[in-house]
Ligand binder design. Structure first.
Ligand code: CP
Length: 317
């Protein structure tokens, strides 16, 4: 990325871009170990977080990331804004543009909404999840977590289990894991796998849960009930759980388990696995902070400078 470009999907990044962002996240991780965790890196910059679909992890970590970098932050939720009175996304962006934001962080229920928003602003746009489209910062924090907790993704075997069809986490994650050299096996009922997924992404596709057996990491996807409409994708949640739930009977000791959250305990994953020592779910949430600090830095300041010469202003603010 060059400075002030947007991050709409993982395809906007090269492997070098990803390595640079994860390296920056490492440096911010060291800052977060200090007593004073705030740095002046983005002082004078304005970040607008526009979350028009529910979020806990992404919204909280982006807000805290911007504050730790000393940016001015405005956080807006769908409820309580003029969008409830019928204002369009275009008019909301044009209105907020009047306050001179440097970056919009946007979550929206429609695929492509972040790209649309980018047409009406000079600010960078970061996709914080657009419907079943993409969730690139989730993929980056997942790579960071794998790198820290398991090892280099290059050559690792990652099994992605569940509702790929409706999952922006899967769409970004598949691309990112493949880009960084991982072998990926998708395990799901055929009704929850997009057609031609295997050829398009270079992944193996299976409908047999036993195919998670030799994976280093099992990445469990939430059943996206809110995107399934009248259903018909699985006979029932009970049947889905019986066939595909990731639980200790299906895992080897030491097999690491990831889930972007929020989890449906007892549906796609058992509560015992969520709470078990092989789960990386809390680490994923924690790593969201430094990875999103790195993404904000990268879109606003980082890529403008030559590698290794960027002034990250890491003294305490
Ligand atoms: N993983 C994720 O995007 O979580 P939230 O919906 O809580 O932001």
């Amino acid at each position: 990325m060059s400075a002030r470009t947007s991050l709409l999907g993982i395809g906007d990044l090269s492997p070098d871009d990803i390595a640079r962002i994860l390296g920056t996240a490492e440096r911010f991780g060291a800052v977060m170990e200090r007593d004073i965790k705030k740095v002046p890196t983005l002082r004078g910059r304005t970040v607008v977080n526009l979350f028009l679909e529910p979020s806990t992890r992404t919204s909280t970590s982006f807000e805290l990331a911007a504050k730790r970098l000393s940016a001015d932050v405005v956080s807006i939720r769908g409820s309580g804004t003029s969008m409830e009175k019928g204002e369009t996304l275009k008019d909301t962006i044009l209105t907020l543009e009047a306050y001179g934001p440097d970056v919009f962080v946007i979550r929206h229920p429609q695929v492509g909404a972040c790209a649309l928003a980018g047409r009406y602003t000079d600010a960078a746009v970061i996709n914080a999840g657009d419907g079943a489209g993409e969730h690139p910062t989730q993929a980056l924090l997942d790579l960071y977590t794998v790198q820290h907790e398991v090892g280099s993704p290059d050559g690792l075997h990652i099994a992605i289990v569940g509702d790929v069809l409706h999952s922006r986490v899967a769409r970004s994650g598949l691309r990112a894991f493949r880009m960084m050299g991982a072998r990926v096996t998708v395990v799901a009922p055929p009704t929850l796998v997009p057609r031609h997924l295997g050829e398009a992404f270079g992944v193996e596709v299976s409908s047999d849960i036993r195919d998670i057996a030799d994976a280093d990491v099992v990445y469990v996807l939430r059943m996206q009930l809110e995107r399934m409409g009248e259903g018909g994708f699985v006979p029932s949640l009970e049947e889905y759980a019986r066939m595909y739930q990731v639980n200790h009977a299906r895992l080897r000791p030491g097999q690491r388990v990831m889930h972007a959250g929020p989890v449906n305990r007892g549906v796609e994953i058992s509560g015992a696995v969520v709470d078990g020592s092989d789960a990386l779910i809390e680490a994923q949430a924690a790593n969201g902070l430094v990875v999103r600090m790195a993404v904000l830095y990268d879109v606003l300041a980082g890529a403008a400078s030559e590698p290794g010469t960027g002034d990250m202003a890491l003294e305490a603010a």
